[in-house]
Design a protein around this ligand. Sequence first.
Ligand code: MOS
Length: 761
Amino acid sequence: MSLLQTMLQTAARFLPADKPDPLIASHTYVGKPLDRVDGARKVTGRAPFTAEYEFENLAYAAPVYSTITKGRVKHLDTSAAKAYPGVIAVITPADMPRLKPPSLLDLMKPDKFAASNLPVFQDDTVHWNGQVVALVIGETHEQAQEAARLVRVEYDIAKSAVVFDPSKGVMPKDVMGEPAEIKNGDAEKALAASAVRIDATYHTPYYNHSAIEPHATIAFWEGDNLSVLDTTQFVEGYRNTLAYVFGLAPENVRVLAPFVGGGFGGKAGFWWNTVLAVAASKLVHRPVKLALSREGVFRIVGGRTIAEQRVALGADREGDLQALIHTGVTVTPSHARYAEQCTFPTRHLYKTKTLHVAQYVVDLDIVANTWMRAPGESIGTFAVESALDELAVELQMDPIDLRRKVEPERDPTTNTEFSSRHLIHAYERGAAKFGWDSRNRTPGGQRDGAWLIGQGVATAYYPALRIPGAARVRMNADGTASVFAAANEMGMGVATGQLQHAADRLGVPLHCVEFNYGDSSLPSSPMAGGSCQTISIAASVRAAVEKLQREILKLEQRHSGSPLKGAKFEEVEARDNGLFLAADPTEGATYVDILRKAGKPFVEAEASSAMPMESMKYSMASYGAQFCEVRVNADTGETRISRWLGSFDCGTVLNPKTAKSQLRGGIIMGMGMALTEAVLFDERSGRVMNPSLAEYHVPVNLDVPHIEILFNHIPDPHTQLGARGIGEIGITGVAAAIANAVYNATGKRIRDLPITLDKLL
Ligand code: MOS
């Protein structure tokens, strides 16, 4: 824990309890399964992606990717490319403006938001196979692409390391701001003395986010003013980072991202493509579009690290944990230094006498790794939740009974109170609906012809964060309202959720409110990441609405005859398009009346949310129980998922329709992680061998059964609206639930993802 966190946590102990959010008790739109406000635009193709925008005078960029891993470019022959029809320029590092190298991802510092701190395209060195070594600018996308193929590159090849060797792991300084190692007691000794022991090693491959929309940027310069349309998850972070790299004032940079087609962390940190588009636009004095091909995404946008994790569990015969050891080795190049937090779930999930978690990293010459949906928790829960299942088998205990045994009263590492934790309730509701109790515990005990059938469970876990920000709310004289926040929409339905509670707080119909977002010039919002955007913006909108309503009340109270004369703000309620006395809802005034009497076209207020002290005071997370049924073909090893149920404890659900969709998306991504996805590197050259969706297999409709989602619907008393994030928890626990079900079906314990046919034969 950092010194700052320790200080805040100490201070938080003396804070009074948080004020409950009055909206939890009464609301009209919050909690309803409403359609997305942008749904019609999306399904009718009127919500364009960045690459679909066309502008006058637009030029198109196409990168040339290095075919060696490490070394330098000795000679670039660009003559054929330059001679190709429609080619405007072939840009090499020598042509580039001098740029500051970006700084590495830091959640709390929005100008530090690159996945790699390498200087972007500033010299002739090559750091990974696939790095950009030249950029062709053409009159059309096709001309630029074709000319890029004509660039001839000669290299000086240096020795490189591209094969993961976990024995080379070194402990990083910290892991996402937390200590790389925690020891409570002597876990190895307790393990050795335990009556029942599990000690296993789990492997996960490199994964790519594979968002449906590949990365794209359109850059425009007007003098020193830069505007960028980008596929980013974080308009403000990109704005600040671009300003830093290009040496501009942040107010001279504007980043727009109205609709983003999925990000999952791959569009959170800043990659070379955005810088290259901006630099190219400056060099050719034209707006430039750089739309990466799918191959381009695999070459220059990093994904989830390769990992090896050890989990060792020692228990007594009743299942009480005496030792819990979870160590992990991940890969991160020295220019990324991102140790994926695979041990984080283990720090907060289970009661144990002794605990040891530790993380190590190995440096390889590959593209920077980065956040990918539930970074850490997704692969971490694969290891720890598989191991718990192995322990349940050893104990001859039902795996849900084992989770009951090890359910802690307080956070096992921070010793703080849980803000709200009802994991066992989620297990029980899920078990009843799934029919868990009728499962045959003996592996191979259920068969349908050639198909072996099995069921598995695993815990889902993702921390609940909140990041401070701001919002602006405007009430217009006609009774309509507008909400403004930088915000990022990449498919989750951010506008719908924010409008639901904004309308409730204002006391106006949903269709009277609009949400303006996707623009870095609007009030500060966190990135769409860390499953925190919805409640973070909700806190800002709540603050802005309250400020606005106080101003509107003051305007009304200028009139001596007002029924609200003398009323305190706390005595007033927002309802029926205005402000009314809580004690007598027939007395009050509509917003239209108040603004008309005041002669104002609109009233506007901007406010910031408070520091997230609640996360210092409580252990805050969403929880869930994943239930899976698989059918494994005894002859071919083919695994099909036949049933899925996810039972979640994530507080108030703002919109069950969009929330279920979000969770299903996470679960489907987990199915890919478990069964089909893996980025394959050539062990000689470090080159990605399957840079396309034809060879990197994400699940398709036929791979996915109906996914049932249950919610506990227990509001968290310490969060905005009683809600906690749901963006990432869906993927957690999925791979373990599948591996556990495969074990139940076949008796084979697969500890190495993906679970392909060969591993089952
Ligand atoms: Mo998420 S991996 O924080 O976009």
